[in-house]
Design a protein around this ligand. Sequence first.
Ligand code: SF4
Length: 317
Amino acid sequence: MFTLEVMTEKDTRELQEEIRNLAKEKNAVILAHYYQRPEVQDIADFIGDSLELSRKASQTDADIIVFCGVRFMCETAKIVNPNKKVLHPNPESGCPMADMITAKDVLKLKEQHPDGEVVAYVNTSAEVKAVSDICVTSANAVKIVQKLQSKKIIFIPDQALGNWVKRHVPDKEFVIWQGFCPPHFEFTAKEVQKLKNMYPDAKVAVHPECHPKVIQMADFVGSTSQIINYATTCDAKRVIVITEVGLKYTLMKRNPHKEYIFPESMNYCGSVYCCTMKAITLPKVYETLKNELNEVVLPEDIIEKAKRPIMRMLELS
Ligand code: SF4
């Protein structure tokens, strides 16, 4: 049994090798979100943001999917692959924003706004997706909402992304749920200004889950994968990146000739840091895959209903 506390670099390398061998033996694919720990990203077959990983999950021919991400991501993989075994290395690892709305809340909103179409950020539980009309990610939300026929949009659960979309789709009426992502939303404009003062030549790239006042200060606003493209290819030598600190690892690998400045904040675990994403560790991935533990199980009717808004998103994006 490996534990994180006693792992040396050599232990890490050996464990990574064992995980890769197991994955080959069992015909398993390992998917990891960009916010995962670097040593976990290094064992993944695919690293991506929510949209890229949903696509990969829907296309894989592996027998087992090991999903290194938070619970709603594993559920999405199961919904698009109901006959495959989806394993979650840490079932405790959920998304606080996804937990800010329930299916009951959505049904109530629908009752209050019968002419509205429910647009669910993919960061929602399977039960919430099952009562929604279409899913979106931060990469495709604006484009998808622009394409919808409905004049009234019920946007759940992220207020920051909802307001960002509203700004870009002024011809529609919006009802926006007041959920938020603690690591992104609690980062303040004052802290961004401090960084801008320290690095006046830097461009600022911001995730749309950030507070509107932080978004206002950005040179670029986009999803995780859009930020990667911008930060690694823009003219500036330095980029201040306001999103989860795990992304720094990918940026350095893609273009090590630039400087990426990530904020240090006192308001959530020391920086824009998602504690639940980091709750997936190499030893947990190893135990989960070796013993085929923590299988994601969802009721059939929920899978059936939740699949519709996800597939609709994949078709439209
Ligand atoms: S970064 Fe925010 S939205 Fe993403 S999993 Fe963590 S809490 Fe949820």
